[in-house]
Ligand binder design. Structure first.
Ligand code: ADP
Ligand code: MG
Length: 446
């Protein structure tokens, strides 16, 4: 194949970029590739556009071969890769708005091929959002308008939106789907203003069946864009077209967004994605681990699920590193190796709970002195407090047993093991003790 239709191209590009990300790594991908737009593929020439000269030059010199190779695996024989710049008041822009008139959705609707419903692990925190997304993807007419997905970073909003797009593209191929970030929406809008070409901007959105805008919190404080967004929104809703939005906050909590828009955004179905639970984290890890051909023991997966609580993106990152390590070293990973490989990640995830904090809270709780806690004293109340503190350090920090022992006035790691065992038994036996621990745990978290 030396050329393909625009729609097909966008889709191939989306998939190819997923592969490229895997091959060059997340960081390089983010820096150099993620903001490229695919413009056309004709006569063996793949045209891309980049946001800056710097990126253009780097892509041309460093990534042309990778791109050529990956496009080939999708049946596109690229003879040369041609990169232009789409910003910088460059003449490219007017050419681009011609392109958008022709209904080319370059750069828009670039979908990650891994973000499908099939790859989405469902658990308590996201089951509602998931069900709503499925419903939208399956409905012929808008189920609820808009569907507003919200939740913290890395919890799966973009994944669900892409999944909706993939589903509709395969089951209702006649439907026109646009997925676009709010940032890109604004960029296109401003560009159309600058080139007095708002008609083609409006046209582009007027004909869609499903419009998905990601990260709408971005339009906060951007009044003209909000105004335009409001009109686009109303027009589509009036014409019975489905709208799906995502943000990091609920409509009513969006900052610097006009009241009338906020209230409009909340009219349909608002579905939030809650922070992950241990079960969901473990489920995701098990699913993703299976995709790799390498075996990672359940102990290690459980360790990751306990320690990496921030978000799913980081969790995936951790697993990828573990797998890379196994591949390179050729030996199975133990918890200790995992701890080493992931030192920085683990540290950022335990930002709040440190051994110092635990010791301080435990001393307050049991009204004892820190010096006693870390002494060799065997008075019963001190021993209990010390064991509880050691147990909490084991549960809530990533420190190794010897490290924990050392922080308690140079105790041996076997003392820590004994303490952890003792506390676990006591929790089972003694309701009051169990409640004490719950209270202590809460005090650590805020
Ligand atoms: P957000 O848009 O909310 O910031 P993303 O949708 O980009 O988050 O998700 C971050 C990463 O976590 C992606 O790689 C995504 O595939 C993965 N992910 C999120 N939720 C799930 C889930 N429930 N099952 C599997 N992978 C998930
Ligand atoms: Mg996102």
């Amino acid at each position: 194949m030396s050329e393909v239709s625009d729609k097909k191209l966008t889709q191939i590009w989306g998939e190819a970029m997923g592969d490229l990300k895997d091959s060059i790594g997340e960081q390089s991908f983010k820096t150099w590739i993620s903001r490229l737009q695919v413009v056309s593929f004709e006569d063996g020439v793949l045209k891309l556009s980049a946001p800056s000269n710097f990126i253009r030059d780097n892509v041309s010199s460093r990534f042309s071969d990778n791109i050529t190779r990956i496009m080939k695996s999708y049946g596109c024989i690229v003879q040369s890769v041609h990169v232009d710049v789409y910003d910088n008041n460059n003449a490219e822009i007017s050419e681009k708005s011609e392109v958008s008139k022709k209904d080319n959705l370059s750069g828009i609707s670039v979908l990650d091929k891994r973000f499908t419903f099939k790859n989405f692990v469902v658990g308590k925190p996201n089951e509602f959002a998931y069900a709503a997304a499925i419903r939208v993807a399956e409905s012929e007419v808008p189920a609820f308008n808009p569907l507003f997905l919200y939740g913290g970073v890395g919890l799966g909003k973009t994944h669900l939106m892409h999944a909706i797009a993939w589903e509709i593209m395969s089951n209702q191929p006649k439907k026109k789907v646009i997925y676009i970030s709010a940032e890109k929406f604004m960029y296109l809008f401003i560009k159309s203003l600058r080139f007095k070409d708002t008609m083609s901007f409006k046209d582009m959105f007027r004909n869609v069946d499903i419009l998905m805008i990601d990260d709408v919190q971005f339009i906060g404080g951007k009044d003209t864009t909000q105004e335009e967004f409001f009109h686009t929104f109303n027009e589509l809703v009036d014409n019975n077209r489905q709208i799906v939005l995502s943000a990091d906050k609920s409509p009513s909590d969006l900052e610097r967004v006009e009241e009338r828009l906020k209230s409009r955004l909340g009219w349909g179905l608002v579905a939030d994605i809650h922070p992950t639970t241990y079960e969901l984290r473990l489920g995701i890890l098990q699913t993703k681990a299976k995709e790799y051909k390498i075996k990672v023991s359940n102990d290690v997966l459980e360790f990751l699920a306990v320690k990496i609580t921030s978000n799913i993106r980081e969790l995936e990152g951790a697993l990828t590193r573990i797998v890379a390590h196994v591949t390179l070293v050729g030996r199975p990973v133990t918890i200790n190796v995992a701890r080493e490989v992931l030192t920085d990640l683990l540290r950022s995830n335990e930002r709040f709970i440190t051994i110092d904090l635990i010791q301080k809270r435990v001393c307050e709780f049991y009204s004892i002195k820190l010096s006693d806690l870390n002494s060799a004293k065997r008075h019963k109340s001190i021993v209990v407090a010390r064991q509880v503190a050691m147990y909490l350090c084991k549960e809530f920090t990533t420190k190794s047993l010897p490290d924990i022992g050392r922080s308690f006035g140079g105790k041996d790691h076997t003392t820590v093991i004994h303490a952890v065992k003792k506390v676990k038994e006591e929790i089972q036996k003694d309701r009051v003790f169990a409640t004490d621990l719950e209270i202590l745990t809460k005090s650590l978290e805020n």
